[in-house]
Design a protein around this ligand. Sequence first.
Ligand SMILES: CCCCC/C=C/C(=O)SCCNC(=O)CCNC(=O)[C@H](O)C(C)(C)COP(=O)(O)OP(=O)(O)OC[C@H]1O[C@@H](n2cnc3c(N)ncnc32)[C@H](O)[C@@H]1OP(=O)(O)O
Ligand SMILES: Cc1cc2nc3c(=O)[nH]c(=O)nc-3n(C[C@H](O)[C@H](O)[C@H](O)COP(=O)(O)OP(=O)(O)OC[C@H]3O[C@@H](n4cnc5c(N)ncnc54)[C@H](O)[C@@H]3O)c2cc1C
Length: 632
Amino acid sequence: MQKTFKNEKILFAEPLFQCDGLAGFTRSELYENAIHRTLRINQLKKEHNWTQEDFDIAIRCLNYEVGFVIHLSMFIPAIERLATDDQKAKWLPLAESYRILGTYAQTELGHGTNLMALETTATFDPRTDEFVLRTPQLSSMKWWPGSLGKTATHAIVLAQLIIGNKNYGMNPFMVQLRSLEDHMPLPGIIVGDIGAKLGANSNDNGFLILNDVRIPRENMLARNSKVTKDGRYIQTSTNKANYATMVLVRLSIIRWAEDTIKNGSLIAIRYSAVRRQSSLQAGGPEMQVLDYQTQQYKIFPSLAASYALFFTYEAMMKEYEIAYAQIMRGNNQLLGQIHGQLSGLKAFASDLVTYELEMCRRSCGGHGYLKASVVGETLLHTLPLVTVEGDNTVMYLQCARYLLKQIAKALAGQDVDEPTSYLKKDILSYTCPVQKGEHCTNPNYLLKIYTQRAHSAIASVARQLQFDLESGKDQSSAFNNNLVSLVQAAKAHCQLCLMKNFVESVSALERTCSENLASVLRQLCLYFGLHGIVTASGEFLESEAIGLQQLEWIKAEELKSLAAIRPNAVALVDAFDLHDQTVMSALGRYDGNAYQHLFEAAKREPMNQTQVPPAYYKYLRDLIKGQPLAKL
Ligand SMILES: CCCCC/C=C/C(=O)SCCNC(=O)CCNC(=O)[C@H](O)C(C)(C)COP(=O)(O)OP(=O)(O)OC[C@H]1O[C@@H](n2cnc3c(N)ncnc32)[C@H](O)[C@@H]1OP(=O)(O)O
Ligand SMILES: Cc1cc2nc3c(=O)[nH]c(=O)nc-3n(C[C@H](O)[C@H](O)[C@H](O)COP(=O)(O)OP(=O)(O)OC[C@H]3O[C@@H](n4cnc5c(N)ncnc54)[C@H](O)[C@@H]3O)c2cc1C
């Protein structure tokens, strides 16, 4: 499941990467520790000739709890996608050698989603051949960019390009923020950290005010558009190509989601295998809680989601690489497809894992509320994924917008993209394929149900929109009246994508792996399909993909699937091949000694370093001795 990191032993031999000690760190200590880690991994990469992939896997092994995440995941990729060859030649060596440290400064205090309304301006001054950058009012200040607060020396600032009195829309500008001599902010630059967050507090997400900061004209990243010396704006590619970095990050968020749900399901399943509580027979031995049907019902979805997201990430990485190669050759034909697909799948993956991680946490009982279980921390670290790189609702709507265009093409008899080829079918040609027995236990049949449900949801909202428009509603009112259905249609398409990738990946693996492994993966894929139908049964019924009788059969098969997965559940999470130091959980250690590790963690608690707490001498001693308390 995870490319085994042959360098794990090297990484985790160093105390710096042993995560137990992070508890009790202040924000400054977390921040410093994260930077130290990234630089040490960089040294290890050089000392051991690691590849860039090894470097990336090392960071994943540390659950991205490292410094310069945005420098690595956005600043450098943005230069690669938005800069001309000459600009790449200048900026990439500096960024890759950490001579400059960057961030991607797009979101403002007043706007994050609506890029057209960003208020930061870059006004061309032909007299000096410069751009003047300003954040004109409080709501304009950049707010949220990672590493902006205390680390970044440079930022790719997304700003409205103004030439004369004309606004040419959002464009990217390389802006130096801090001196490379003493790290002090440069004139006109006000930066700082935006304050503590629910999680990821090693990251100095920051704010940036720009007071008439001047940069040379060549600092506008000009792969897709440029300004000539005499002030002419020349667009060389669709300005949507300037959004390319976000598409890449949305892809990496699918893998981030996969990584977090693997951690969560591993902790929940390993702990549920060692935890014994109560018994179903009076006086009988206490049961492993993993044997309770309800416990399986709670945590096997996260196990199935781990594999589903692994297969979807692999499939989308291939799709992205094809699209990106074409886009970098100036062919934007696949831009809309990759944007529509990754917008929806980033939203669906992050929604799925944040829900299932909470179920994993709940399944650990009281110990799931301890930081030492890490499952709660994992959830806190995952929560931003539903917002970063595009709020999920907005991302679903982008996906829905793509699906509407595709079904319009299909209905007009035109070609459609491969991911939406099912829309070419006649919506009335589906039949309810599911009969008892064979049909409910064959993922390929379930795939037909998912296809009909998605097609039906998209066709239905397209019809409703058309009806609203024909009944006189204007475009925006018609859209706003159907946003919920548009999101629902996007989710249906994304869930179909996950199921399709799961079925096709297992089918491909069957040709090369053992029958034992194939049957386990088929079982998990079947369970993923059955569970997905049960949890959205209303939509499946509404689409007439199934009737009540089929739903009854499917629910019965789902519960039977739980028992079928149980014998392999621990092996399926062991197959993630995650080092104990990656999972970091006292409940999820490979040796299963959860209670011992919990107690070890408690003993490391800073409050336990003294027997008598300082508060005793301040408040409790006189109280307990019945002495009058001094005025507090
Ligand atoms: C490792 C993880 C670290 C995470 C750290 C976090 C970083 C961040 O969060 S960075 C900031 C992320 N911010 C966003 O994602 C902003 C979200 N908002 C948008 O992307 C856009 O405002 C929008 C897509 C919601 C709306 O775009 P807009 O241009 O305002 O208008 P339209 O919806 O009409 O789109 C027009 C046209 O452009 C196409 N398009 C939109 N986005 C993209 C894209 N990323 N790539 C390619 N094409 C895109 C859209 O499909 C429309 O096309 P047509 O229908 O053909 O006109
Ligand atoms: C941990 C973290 C790290 C970040 N790092 C960066 C970074 O490095 N660089 C950067 O530039 N940004 C960064 N961001 C900002 C992030 O990209 C934005 O927060 C995100 O794009 C959402 O925008 P917003 O905050 O304005 O939310 P809003 O858009 O204000 O969302 C508020 C509500 O309005 C709804 N809404 C908004 N628009 C619509 C619409 N058109 N239709 C229907 N509903 C709508 C949303 O669904 C949501 O429920 C980061 C954010 C976080 C939390």
